[in-house]
Design a binder for this molecule. Structure first.
Ligand code: SF4
Length: 355
């Protein structure tokens, strides 16, 4: 087992069989060594910086029906909202005043926000908040949409692959196509975005082999950003009785991913903080290096419920900022409110792609 950990730390790779074996034979002692190796590797690439992204969840409408998600279209009990362009820009401006230089605009798959609407929002946001990075996360769209938004100034795109196993993917996403999801990721990469993929830990039916497939997919695709969070069952979904994922299993996957893809930007997710008050700090100790404080208006936050009992629902952005800064400092790291680009990214690269 130590030999496998050495191989993972030094060569940043394992075979599928080695990953399955490793996951099946982890001891508490070995897990601690794994976290510590992952932490060392992230420091080699990003030092002690933890990058902040101000998150604006601007619509809770979604046309998809993912079995695990509280925003799925079949959840009639979900309260829905849409923010106006001005409301979105005000959230960003408030974050900008607080020092944030990186924003994530996220929604369900809501076609109310057309290419023209989002292009206008992004252009105005970039004018009002100069020198900021904008990440978009609005699901599967056309190549033309992705290209137009890139040209409008969007820097990054988050589209979790959810699971690299075709069979598991199809069992959880009625009406959606595994091939289309993967095609979207490849198109985004080809256009020049910094691309974010990622998956959930603890999905019903998920095995160590499925998780090995996720790690090998991430190794091969090499996304700039990788989001990994525990699956938390929502009471108004078909998976309400499922056991859900654990903080500990998620920490293992964060650490292994850090060692497989050492230069990735990886969030310590709010879902981790929801399951364990120290979940985000533990994720940072295991190799994560991004936090995403919520900037959405307080009165609508609870309605963006992919899962329930989400933390930080009543905290003003200024309070979130100081709370996170303190938590990160106590963990021995330093909050960085700058753009927080991937270490291999240069603005010249983006310009070249646009020309
Ligand atoms: S996971 Fe995303 S695409 Fe699926 S139902 Fe939820 S918001 Fe919609």
């Amino acid at each position: 087992m130590e030999a496998l950990l050495d191989k993972l730390s030094e060569q940043h790779e394992l075979t599928e069989e080695e990953i399955v074996w490793f996951l099946g034979h982890l001891t508490p002692e070995l897990k601690n060594k794994l976290y510590s190796r992952a932490s060392e590797v992230r420091k080699q690439y990003y030092g002690v910086s933890v990058y902040s992204r101000g998150l604006i969840e601007f619509s809770s409408y979604c046309k998809q029906d993912c079995l695990y998600c509280g925003l799925r279209r079949s959840n009639w009990s979900a309260e829905r909202y849409r923010l106006t362009e001005e409301e979105i820009l005000e959230c960003a401006a408030e974050g900008y005043e607080l020092g944030y230089r990186s924003f994530v605009l996220q929604s369900g798959e809501d076609i109310h926000y057309s290419e023209q609407v989002i292009t206008s929002i992004v252009r105005k946001l970039k004018l009002r908040c100069p020198d900021t990075a904008v990440t978009l996360s609005v699901g599967e769209r056309s190549e033309g949409f992705y290209r137009a938004l890139y040209n409008a100034g969007v820097d990054r795109y988050l589209l979790r692959h959810e699971t690299a196993s075709r069979a598991l993917y199809e069992s959880l996403h009625p009406g959606m196509s595994y091939d289309n999801r993967m095609d979207c990721l490849r198109i985004l990469r080809g256009i020049g975005y910094q691309v974010g993929a990622g998956f959930m830990v603890g999905l019903p039916g998920q095995t160590h082999r499925h998780l090995a497939e996720d790690l090998l997919f991430l190794k091969a695709f090499h996304p700039e950003m990788i989001g990994i969070g525990p699956f938390i069952p929502h009471s108004a979904t078909p998976l309400k009785e499922a056991a859900g994922g654990t903080v500990e299993d998620t920490l293992v996957m964060i650490a292994m991913t850090r060692l497989m893809v050492p230069d990735a930007l990886m969030p310590a997710t709010t879902a981790m903080g929801t399951l364990d008050p120290a979940g985000r700090e533990k994720a940072i100790q295991a190799g994560a290096n991004v936090v995403m404080p919520i900037l959405s208006p307080l009165q609508i936050r609870r309605k963006y419920a992919l899962y329930e009992q989400k933390i930080c629902m009543g905290d003003e952005p200024a309070h979130c900022r100081s709370c996170l800064e303190m938590r990160i400092a106590i963990s021995g790291y330093r909050m960085d409110h700058g753009r927080g680009d991937h270490c291999g990214y240069s603005r010249l690269t983006k310009k070249e792609h646009q020309e």
